[in-house]
Design a binder for this molecule. Structure first.
Ligand SMILES: [Fe+2]
Ligand SMILES: [Fe+2]
Length: 284
């Protein structure tokens, strides 16, 4: 068997702090994991909405080959011409084609291996766009004529819909990777016919937040039941991703490993005063 193809996939970059973190550490992550192909989801870079040409250029300069997106990519007018001009930036394929942009692309790595990337979006709790399954079936069929190494960014809210896509494409693509919900899930695995799967890669952005939004605003939204202006949080910025090893001859995944950098704190480092007071009260 020839040398495995290592692919690094980075989950939704949220805010300019998320972008700064990714551009700062992407090269070292690429080196550490010997990644030959690098895919990043960039749907939430600019105040949580889409990205500009400058942001895309920074990511390409840092080592990204393809930028995938999702529902938020349409929320900034300046991104639309970018989607039409730049074939390395994808938007979910199953939005009507009149919106412009591409939903899949094939690129060649430095070692000459072709890698296909497909971006599709689920329809549960999201706009009722075209069928992601039929769209994926068509695009994967096209890409398989050129390469067995195919990565699918399944941008969706519902876990079951993402799992259904995983099993639908099992054996035909190298990986189905969930994005959009911004919280990494612990179900990374290889499906029975050789496709790597995870329900959500997690976001690359501020974890001192509610899926990227400032916690005080999120609490207000839920408690008051009314809209409140979106402001990206800034604290505890992390990079979330997965590293895949793929058999480049068959396209089947050999392994999938979750990356969260820096790691989550699992024990209390500093006990805040108010928490301490509460604990004392309970004990007393
Ligand atoms: Fe997102
Ligand atoms: Fe999204």
């Amino acid at each position: 068997m020839s040398e495995p193809l290592n692919i690094l996939f980075i989950g939704d970059i949220v805010g300019l702090n998320g972008l700064a973190m990714v551009t700062k550490f992407l090269k070292s992550l690429i080196e550490k994991h010997d990644a030959e192909a690098v895919i990043v989801n960039g749907e939430n870079i600019y105040d949580g909405k889409a990205l500009t040409k400058k942001h895309a250029e920074e990511l390409f300069a840092a080592g990204a080959h393809i930028i995938t997106t999702g529902n938020h990519v349409w929320e900034r007018w300046e991104t639309r011409p970018l989607l039409r001009e730049e074939r390395r930036i994808l938007r979910p394929l199953n939005y009507p084609r009149e919106n412009g942009g591409s939903g899949y692309a094939i690129f060649k790595t430095a070692k000459g291996t072709k890698v296909g990337v497909l971006n599709v979006q689920g329809r549960v709790f999201l706009p009722p766009i075209d069928d992601p399954f039929k769209s994926a079936d068509w695009a994967v069929g096209n890409m398989l004529e050129e390469t067995p190494n195919i990565i699918v960014d399944m941008h969706a809210e519902a876990t079951a819909e993402k799992q259904a896509m995983g099993f639908f494409l099992d054996g035909r693509v190298s990986a189905v990777l969930g994005t959009h919900t911004h919280v990494p899930t612990a179900d990374e695995r290889i499906l029975p016919h050789g496709t790597a799967y995870i329900s959500d890669v997690g976001m690359s952005g501020p974890y001192d937040s509610c899926v990227g939004l400032r916690t005080d605003i999120a609490i207000k939204r839920f408690m008051l039941g009314t809209p409140h202006k979106y402001e990206t949080a800034t604290g505890d910025v992390k990079i979330a991703g997965v590293i895949l090893q793929v058999d480049r001859e068959t396209g089947h995944a050999l392994s999938i490993e979750r990356i969260i950098f820096p790691e989550f704190e699992k024990t209390a480092v500093v006990v805040k005063e108010e928490v301490q007071a509460e604990v004392t009260l309970i004990e007393g």
